[in-house]
Design a protein around this ligand. Sequence first.
Ligand SMILES: [Zn+2]
Length: 92
Amino acid sequence: MWLTFVSKSIIINKGEKMKLNYLLPDKEATENCDGSRTKLRKHSWLAGGQIRKSIDGSVGVEFFCKRCERRYWHFFNPEEYETYKNILGKVA
Ligand SMILES: [Zn+2]
């Protein structure tokens, strides 16, 4: 009898960036985006690549909206960053 093993590991497609609105405060996550044609769609925040650790251990992550290109820095406490670091990226 043949057994088939199916890998359940999550495949992360690095070419495709995930929308990260759920990590941001309500205001930024739910604000309508000027870059959307109807102006009725929300910002679509992606991690912008810049990450900085501050002296108190919190980690600042730069986000940008792929529609209007607005930038926004959000600071995560060490525990939050630990939880999301695979999504946010590594501190340089
Ligand atoms: Zn936007």
